[in-house]
Design a protein around this ligand. Structure first.
Ligand code: FES
Length: 157
């Protein structure tokens, strides 16, 4: 069974940013690419450079002689040692995607895993009546705007 690791609040990792962290003894880079989160092992499959410290960039493709395209800007990670390029979303290398790839991990955004506090877990202190004039038989209906502020970037290893 995979183990769940909370990396950081999603708000602290905006698009284009990365964080490198140690998860259970494994160095992992977590990237926000256009609002989606991806995690790669910080270990280049070539000669084990700290891959996730490389430049986030795009790559070139050749359509025909003399026609070079720049594509996938912000989706490619270039190894800092010898420049091998990897697709951040899949870990697949640009030059040989089916045979050479960086290890990637399942990454999601989920509510923080917090134990309920005593006041949240114990509802016995809620009075039957409130000071708005309604009795317990006629509960007042009040609505509030609710926002999720504790969304965490989570990696499963
Ligand atoms: S160690 Fe990454 S390209 Fe060589």
């Amino acid at each position: 069974m995979k183990k769940r690791f909370e990396v950081c609040p999603a708000a602290e990792l905006p698009p284009g940013e990365r964080t490198i962290t140690d998860l259970n003894g494994i160095s992992v880079g977590v990237f926000n690419v256009d609002g989606e989160y991806y995690a790669l092992k910080n270990d280049c499959p070539h000669q084990r450079a700290p891959l996730c410290m490389g430049k986030v960039t795009g790559t070139t493709s050749v359509e025909h002689t003399g026609a070079i395209n720049w594509e996938d800007n912000g989706h490619i990670l270039r190894c800092p040692w010898h420049g091998w390029e990897f697709d951040i979303e899949t870990g697949r290398s640009v030059f040989n995607p089916n045979k050479v790839r960086a290890r990637s991990f399942e990454t999601t955004v989920e509510p923080a895993d917090e134990e309920p506090t005593e006041s949240e877990a114990d509802c016995s202190s809620i009075p039957d009546e409130c000071d708005c004039g309604s009795s317990a038989d006629e509960p007042p209906v009040a609505t509030y705007d609710v926002t999720v502020e504790d969304e965490m970037v989570v990696v499963y290893l």
